[in-house]
Write a protein that binds this ligand. Structure first.
Ligand SMILES: *Cc1c(COP(=O)(O)O)cnc(C)c1O
Length: 360
């Protein structure tokens, strides 16, 4: 069996956790503080605020940017549910703009049409680890005085014009085990804004700066030192992981580039794609899936149903017609690209794909 994802937990992580366990300080403590410093330095932001999931990072990032009831946030419908839900948690409304069919990210040229006097923020998602078109998004945000909350949950280390994603606006990352680096469960907010960082810290801990003094409504979103210790080890290996993912993707691209019935992912010349997922578009997905299953190769559909078509969103009254997202959801399939793959496994993936495509 070749898995679609495989977290790399080794002796270093085990030792780091054991140290924390022995210290007796297993809740949020010095490991979290150090992890925050190291992650901020890696992304190139002044602050990082660690929390207990990527979803919590998105939620706290929105709240720290004063997004709430009556506000609208423009985002992509072609993403994981947490993108839209985090906006709903705050009482604000997700407004969907359709995607660019090549990058799979929000089409920057469709954003302006969605702006109303209620719009407060744009939330681009760097889907699959491929940076969104930040230059145009920043220009629009500047012109209309909107916040940018980047859903960078799949894009640790991805770059746009040599700058790391999560440093353009307020970033939110996830450390779920399938992501490019993990803390078990976990997330982090990145920002250059002192006030946003301070607010995010308060939102993380019951709205308090000082123990038992509560200035605002907060939650318990704290990361544990056990998680942070894992994250510190993983962060050191992140660039090696990314390089391996990029090498694997290049090998797959070379094979799929000229084949009939498949479109391989594209990396823009100004981008560093980190291939959280290696996602292709295929004409006949059913046949391709059959062939992968026959060869015991794991795959993923990211994502089978855009947010505006989800049952819960239909119940909220969403009636959007976003044809590119809807068509893409029927054609995409993600293939194994993780760093633990050897060449023989990649060759098996290629072989199974070629067979599936020729049967189509
Ligand atoms: C994983 C992910 C999230 C949520 O992160 P969790 O850590 O699972 O809460 C949000 N958005 C996107 C695009 C993701 O891939």
């Amino acid at each position: 069996m070749i898995n679609i994802a495989k977290p790399d937990i080794g002796q270093d992580e085990i030792e780091a956790v054991t140290e924390v366990m022995k210290s007796g300080m297993i809740a949020s403590g010095p490991q979290v503080t150090e992890f925050e410093k190291e992650f901020a330095s890696y992304i190139g932001t002044k602050h990082a605020v660690a929390v207990n999931s990527g979803t919590a990072a998105l939620h706290a990032a929105l709240l720290a940017n004063d997004i709430g009831k009556g506000d609208e946030v423009i985002t992509t419908p072609f993403t994981f549910i947490a993108t839209g839900n985090s906006i709903l948690f705050t009482g604000a409304k997700p407004v969907f703009a359709d995607i660019d069919p090549i990058s799979f990210n929000i089409d920057p040229d469709l954003i302006e049409d969605k702006i109303t006097d209620k719009t407060k923020a744009i939330m681009p998602v760097h889907l699959y680890g491929n940076p969104a078109e930040m230059k145009i998004i920043m220009e629009i945000a500047d012109e209309y005085d909107l916040a940018i909350i980047e859903d960078a949950c799949q894009a640790h280390g991805a770059e746009y014009n040599k700058k790391k994603v999560g440093s353009f606006g307020c970033g939110a990352f996830s450390f779920y085990p399938t992501k490019n680096m993990t803390t078990g469960e976990g997330g982090i907010i990145t920002t250059n804004d002192d006030e946003v960082a301070e607010k995010a810290r308060m939102i993380r801990a019951h709205g308090s700066r000082e123990r038992y003094m509560h200035e605002m409504l907060g939650y318990n979103l704290r990361m544990t030192d056990i998680s942070a210790a894992i994250g510190r080890v993983q962060l050191k290996k992140l660039d090696t992981y990314i390089q391996k993912r990029r090498d694997n993707a290049r090998l797959l691209n070379e094979e799929f580039g000229d084949l009939e019935g498949i479109t391989a992912p594209v990396e823009d010349t100004n981008a560093r794609h980190v291939y959280h997922q290696y996602t292709v578009r295929v004409k006949n997905r059913t046949k391709v899936i059959e062939s992968l299953k026959d060869s015991d190769i794991g795959y993923g559909i990211h994502y089978p149903l855009p947010l505006h078509k989800q049952p819960y969103y239909l119940s909220l009254g969403y009636k959007d017609n976003l044809p590119l997202s809807e068509k893409t959801a029927e054609e995409v399939i993600s293939l194994p690209v993780h760093p633990a793959l050897g060449e023989s496994e990649l060759l098996q993936v290629i072989k199974a794909m070629k067979r599936g495509l020729s049967n189509s």
